[in-house]
Write a protein that binds this ligand. Structure first.
Ligand SMILES: C[S@@+](CC[C@H](N)C(=O)[O-])C[C@H]1O[C@@H](n2cnc3c(N)ncnc32)[C@H](O)[C@@H]1O
Length: 427
């Protein structure tokens, strides 16, 4: 009963206008290298920036342990902080490295010209069938054209310049395939190219040119001392949060963690992961991703009464879903324990999270996180409610699967019209 009462207090908070960023256009949020690659549930960079500026000082370490497309890492280095973090998704690592590495403009221009020249003048002697995992998404000709682009990218040295081009390549895969552009789930549109030609090479160069311009602007804006010492200011790992080096040195953790049964990152990035598998030594499975419906975390004690009652309520509706949500809460609890080890004393933790409903049961993430953090000894600093004005953000869920859908169909249920920014302090 006590927790229900406390939750009412949370839900009654008025949304803060200064955190809604309702005036920003997509162009504003895609400024500088933030435009390099789409990513689901991406931070509004201005939100990450405001959290960073209000809760840390220059030269301090800012950590995002679920950095995704690296929005918070980029904002950290742009504002004279050290951006530190991890993500289990190799595509997240690729995007983040590309977005945060300034490249000499002349060097980049030379590489672009060289790829362009080689693609025009090389007689690539192969006409392969796409491997099974890609055959549903590309016809033979598109697959081979993409492979040729990849052959040229592979020649590029050093690695950080190659990453720039791999990022562009990964970004155009979806639009070059039969994958429904508007869908985060693997959904095929067979006649996608019925009335237009599919031109991966021009699509690739068009995006590379846009990125080239942004790299130039990034070079101009990034403080010289950071540019010359980028590996010190940007320290990102590819790996599971459980393996992140906990150094008790971070001043601020700023993150939007994964949501439960929403995005399957393994599926969303399957085209890139399958095409680029040679570049990564280890491709994680669905089960490795927190929030995945296939994840099974070994049961252990949860420090939240609200979490226990949500799991019980779900058990009546759907046993598997109850186990998945239980795994999610335990994973998030482990993340908060990890946060304690990452932060220095008086360091702050800023988590952006929303509540939702699954099978008619309210999944009160904010309340659950509040109870866990309090029980772990964190002190509340601020709880901010913000409206989500962006149409591009997920706001409906499929009632059957609980996954995010972009459709406005009446059978879908509203998921997030607002979210919370929880700021807690380590004692
Ligand atoms: C909501 S997204 C973060 C988006 C990010 N804020 C941005 O601006 O792009 C959550 C991220 O958590 C990552 N993730 C899921 N399970 C993880 C795990 N076990 N360890 C580390 N990262 C994980 C996913 O790969 C995903 O990139």
């Amino acid at each position: 009963m006590a927790s229900v009462h406390k939750y009412k207090t949370i839900s009654l908070i008025r949304p803060s206008e200064s955190w809604s960023f309702s005036n920003l256009t997509q162009k504003d949020t895609n400024y500088l290298t933030h435009c390099y690659h789409r990513y689901p549930a991406k931070f509004i960079p201005q939100l990450a920036r405001k959290l960073i500026l209000e809760n840390s000082k220059e030269n301090e370490i800012i950590c995002d342990p679920f950095y995704g497309s690296g929005s918070a890492i980029l904002e950290s280095i742009l504002h004279n902080r050290i951006g530190y973090g991890t993500d289990i998704n190799p595509i997240a690592y690729l995007i983040t490295m590309a977005k945060t590495t300034p490249i000499n403009s002349l060097k980049l221009q030379k590489e672009i010209e060289s790829i362009n020249y080689n693609l025009k003048h090389t007689d690539y002697d192969h006409d392969d069938y796409p491997p099974e995992k890609l055959s549903n998404w590309f016809d033979i000709s598109t697959y081979n054209t993409l492979k040729n682009i990849l052959i040229e990218i592979k020649k590029i040295k050093p690695q950080y310049v190659m990453f720039f081009f791999l990022c562009a390549f990964s970004h155009i895969l979806k639009s070059s395939s039969y994958w429904n552009n508007g869908s985060v789930k693997p959904h095929k549109i067979k006649d996608k190219f019925l009335n237009k030609t599919n031109e991966p090479i021009s699509r690739f160069f068009s995006h590379v040119k846009k990125m080239e311009l942004r790299n130039q602007q990034f070079n101009l804006i990034l403080p010289e001392k950071i540019k010359n010492n980028i590996d010190h200011y940007r320290q990102v790992q590819l790996g599971d949060i459980k393996n992140i080096t906990s150094n008790n040195q971070c001043s601020l953790i700023v993150t939007s963690p994964p949501y439960v049964v929403s995005y399957e990152y393994r599926d969303i990035h399957s085209l890139s992961l399958n095409f680029l598998q040679d570049f990564f030594s280890n491709i994680p499975n669905h089960e490795n991703f927190i929030g995945s419906s296939r994840r099974k975390t070994t049961p252990h004690k949860i420090f939240s009464d609200t979490a226990s009652s949500i799991i019980e309520d779900l058990l009546v509706q759907d046993k598997n879903l109850s186990k998945t949500v239980s795994s999610y809460f335990l994973d998030m609890q482990d993340f908060f324990i990890k946060s304690n080890q990452l932060l220095k004393t008086n360091g702050r933790l800023a988590v952006v999270i929303g509540d939702t409903t699954l099978r008619g049961v309210s999944i009160l993430n904010t309340q659950v996180f509040t109870e866990i953090l309090t029980n772990l000894g964190f002190t509340k600093n601020q709880l901010i409610k913000r409206d989500i004005p962006f149409k591009s953000l997920p706001f409906t869920r499929d009632p059957e699967t609980g996954r995010f859908v972009s459709s406005k169909s009446s059978s879908c249920i509203k998921s997030y019209s607002h979210e919370y920014i929880m700021i807690y302090c380590k004692n």
